[in-house]
Unconditional design. Structure first.
Length: 270
């Protein structure tokens, strides 16, 4: 058994140091002087993800909830960020430890959790990110350790406190419970998901509606008071600057929407 264990340590950080970079997004989110970008990747393509990462994007969110991405594509997309400073996050389909474990073992740097409704949901999400005794993640980073330049047995110590937790606030329940949610230790980023939230409030897509604006203000106030960075969709420069002026630190876009908008723009050149 000892020989087997020692063999697992042969390929240590020195041999793997060119294979990947250390996880940095958590510390960057803590730096209040930094504003960051995220791009939601709904297209199952390592080429698209690599292009976004090479553009200088700070992070991508590989979308297993609403996109066409499967686990094989997700692994290739995570790997495509290697050699850049772009952090690969994955949005899981639900707050399910089995889904979280699987994508972390593909090499994800963090998880975006949908439909967080209360503090209990937040605690469940955070626990799924960490190994015992700090959580309940099962050990099996057979793919992930190579992405992060460690040996298999050194992966746990190298990354356990660096995994990023992002919560999506998408429901009326979440808004009502936002103060309690923000009090849960371990949250790195909160995103009020405007499409789902406005729909749940009965004013789908009406982002200027008083009910939506009131809910948004409540989320912003609670997150700011708790010292948790905020993110939101910023698809135009003016929109992004307005978000930064309101205290947001992260702006997000969508690969398929960037592509469609640029293609539509070229039609005006005819």
């Amino acid at each position: 058994m000892q020989v087997w264990t020692e063999n697992l340590r042969i390929f240590g950080p020195v041999e793997f140091q060119q294979a990947g970079r250390s996880m940095k997004l958590k510390s960057r989110l803590r730096d209040t002087d930094q504003n960051l970008t995220m791009h939601v990747c709904t297209i199952p393509s390592a080429v698209v993800t690599q292009a976004l990462a090479a553009s200088g994007a700070d992070s991508v969110i590989i979308d297993l909830e609403h996109g066409a991405v499967d686990y094989g594509s997700a692994h290739a997309m995570i790997a495509a960020t290697a050699g850049t400073n772009c952090a690969p996050l994955v949005r899981v389909a639900e707050n399910d430890p089995a889904q979280v474990k699987r994508v972390l073992d593909l090499g994800a740097e963090g998880i975006v959790f949908p439909l967080i409704r209360d503090a209990s949901d937040a605690r469940k999400a955070i626990s799924s990110l960490h190994y015992p005794p700090n959580g309940n993640r099962g050990f099996g980073p057979f793919l992930a350790h190579s992405r992060w330049g460690t040996s298999l047995l050194e992966y746990r110590e190298a990354v356990d406190d660096q995994i990023v937790c992002c919560l999506l606030i998408e429901t009326r329940d979440a808004v009502e419970n936002i103060t309690e949610i923000c009090a849960v230790p371990g949250i790195d980023l909160i995103i009020p998901a405007q499409f789902d939230l406005s729909t749940d409030l009965g004013v789908s897509g009406q982002f200027d509606h008083p009910d939506f604006q009131a809910a948004l203000a409540k989320v912003e106030e609670a997150a700011t008071k708790a010292g948790i960075p905020l993110g939101n969709v910023g698809l135009a420069e003016a929109q992004a600057k307005a978000l930064f002026a309101r205290g947001y630190r992260v702006i997000a876009g969508f690969d398929v929407l960037w592509l469609k908008a640029k293609a539509a723009e070229t039609q005006g050149w005819l």
